[in-house]
Ligand binder design. Structure first.
Ligand code: FAQ
Length: 311
């Protein structure tokens, strides 16, 4: 255990209790949580862009209304998570600065383009599906505010996953061209979705400490396997294939075998060399700059109210 670990903190972990903002905690624990929660929040906010790209081109009024609600949910998750990070004594404005200057990361998955309407289905089914598998255990994270935030987020992600599945189901049972569009989207999003779980366990510098602290409950590889096991039967229900010839049920392991993931692609995307990294960051920074007037107005209003109350 780190030298600065208070006995009271250890006692909470041993009892599988929740660490709350006022509790003493090691500095490393606080820093790790800020890193993970901020990255998670940034992912939700940047994650609005790929699907937002299709709001104005959704194929029907019903699809458009559903997609707008989904994208707004992601904004809500992001704000909710920034609030959870703020309980650790950091400032939201500083976290945004860290995102905009590239000091903090966001999920690799949002650096891929959404080329067709079927991509909206593939993101809902696969990306939200992977997010749920990763986040359900986070509902039991040792840090109370993060764990509680995850409960509501997971409920909304379940709805997102179903809407994606339903889009793909409709396309897969439509015309030949629609079927092909659905299959193409799944082919492009499958491997990047597996990369969302992070590097393999033996190449994951943060895992051991995060698991010892009860922040992560399962390893990156275990969650990746769980996602694959859950998704293969769903692909069969959709009538679509997953782009991996190596997928096969392994009776002995009780899991699906699969071809090893090419993690050089993940590391390249994290380094900034994915297909859309530049575009995503430019759009985010631009939106932040365009919003300066709203932040200034809110600050001026708050100041005025405070002055009135002081009088
Ligand atoms: N992309 O030592 P580890 C969503 C970084 S879902 C980018 O294994 P850790 C919902 C990692 O930060 C997506 N970077 O790290 C949605 C670390 O770098 P650092 C968001 C990655 O933290 C759906 C380094 O590599 N979900 O937004 C990635 O123990 C649809 C070494 O890795 C979450 O953030 C990656 N894929 O495990 C929204 C979940 N993988 O920080 C819109 C919470 C790893 O030391 C539309 N986060 N890195 O500089 C987690 O569970 C963990 O942070 C992991 C990584 C599992 C992502």
């Amino acid at each position: 255990a780190p030298a600065d670990e208070p006995a009271s903190f250890r006692a909470i972990l041993v009892e599988d209790g929740r660490v709350e903002p006022r509790d003493e905690m090691p500095e490393g624990y606080r820093k790790t949580l800020v890193r993970q929660i901020a990255q998670h929040a940034h992912s939700e906010i940047i994650g609005m862009q790929p699907e937002g790209n299709w709001v104005s081109r959704a194929p029907s009024l019903r699809r458009k209304a559903i997609l707008m609600a989904k994208v707004q949910d992601e904004a809500g998750h992001g704000l909710y998570l920034y609030a959870a990070a703020e309980t650790l004594g950091v400032d939201r404005a500083d976290l945004l600065d860290a995102l905009h200057s590239g000091r903090q990361k966001y999920s690799s998955i949002f650096n891929y383009p959404t080329l067709t309407w079927a991509d909206v289905g593939a993101i809902g089914w696969l990306v939200d599906g992977a997010a749920i598998v990763n986040q359900v255990p986070l509902c039991r994270c040792s840090y109370g505010p993060y764990a509680r935030a995850m409960v509501r987020v997971c409920k909304e992600e379940s709805f997102h996953q179903r809407q994606g599945f339903e889009i793909l189901h409709t396309l897969a049972h439509g015309s030949q061209a629609q079927r092909q569009m659905a299959q193409d989207a799944v082919n492009r999003y499958w491997w990047p979705s597996l990369m969302m779980f992070g590097p393999p366990d033996d190449d994951s510098p943060n895992s051991a400490q995060s698991m010892a602290w009860g922040i992560k409950r399962f390893s990156n590889d275990d969650l990746r396997q769980r996602f694959i096991d859950m998704t293969v039967p769903q692909s069969e229900a959709l009538g679509l294939t997953l782009p991996d010839d190596g997928l096969a049920w392994n009776e002995e392991r009780g899991h699906y075998d699969f071809t090893p993931v090419d993690f050089t692609e993940l590391f390249e995307v994290i380094r900034g060399n994915g297909p859309c990294n530049e575009q995503r960051m430019a759009h985010r920074v631009g939106a932040h700059e365009d919003g300066a007037w709203a932040r200034e107005a809110a600050a001026a209003y708050a100041q005025k109210q405070a002055q009135k109350q002081a009088q």
